[in-house]
Design a protein around this ligand. Structure first.
Ligand SMILES: [Zn+2]
Length: 205
């Protein structure tokens, strides 16, 4: 292979994407350079637009146009008013739940779990969740973290953080397969996990 810095850099960048190693990255780069007008040009534009105009909300963690700022008592991302917040680990979980149409309400994306390597509690949007619950008219917080040790530890920590708020806290049903990550569940499993969610207030002191 010729040593062209620009191409080498591109291969390195693409191989950082999920599921792609250096070999697939090379195939992608070849496809790109053979399709300058059809792919490279519009892709460059699309990437620049996303970089410039789209970011994660610092309060609720969802994707939003950078120009819109949420406040604690006013989520500007969804136009309707809801009284429920569904707490998930990542954007991919939000997308799975949204596409299954099981749930209508606000989302709150933590940005990971407590014990994920290198992930500190302070990096997760837990304080802003508590603020949202206090300041918006929220009646139910649904904990939809994964059925992994990290997911459950995070759910427990959130439940504890919300103990002084007068809000119903529920958790997705135990029917979730152990180790089950929300994004990998089929719609049927998600539906029953939501429908049979358990109330955590009743068994807390
Ligand atoms: Zn927001």
């Amino acid at each position: 292979m010729q040593n062209i810095n620009e191409i080498e850099d591109l291969i390195k960048l693409i191989s950082k994407l999920p599921g792609l190693g250096p070999k697939s990255a090379k195939r992608i780069v070849l496809k790109l350079i053979n399709n300058r007008e059809e792919i490279v040009k519009p892709l460059t534009k699309a990437l620049a637009e996303v970089y410039k105009n789209i970011s994660r909300c610092k309060i609720c963690g969802t994707l939003k146009p950078t120009s819109i700022e949420c406040s604690y008592n006013n989520c500007k991302i969804v136009e309707k008013k809801y009284d429920k917040i569904c707490v998930v680990e990542n954007l991919s979980d939000q997308w799975s739940i949204e596409s299954s149409s099981i749930y209508k309400g606000y989302f709150h994306i933590l940005g990971g779990t407590i014990s994920t390597i290198g992930q500190k509690k302070e990096d997760l949007l837990i304080n802003s969740l508590v603020e949202r619950v206090k300041k918006d008219k929220i009646e139910e917080v649904i904990l939809a973290t994964s059925a992994t040790v990290e997911g459950q530890t995070t759910a427990y920590y959130i439940q504890d953080s919300l103990k002084n708020c007068e809000v119903k806290i529920t958790k997705l049903a135990q029917g979730l397969p152990v180790g089950g990550e929300i994004e990998s569940l089929d719609d049927g499993t998600l539906f029953s996990a939501f429908k049979n969610r358990s109330n955590l207030n009743s068994n807390s002191e």
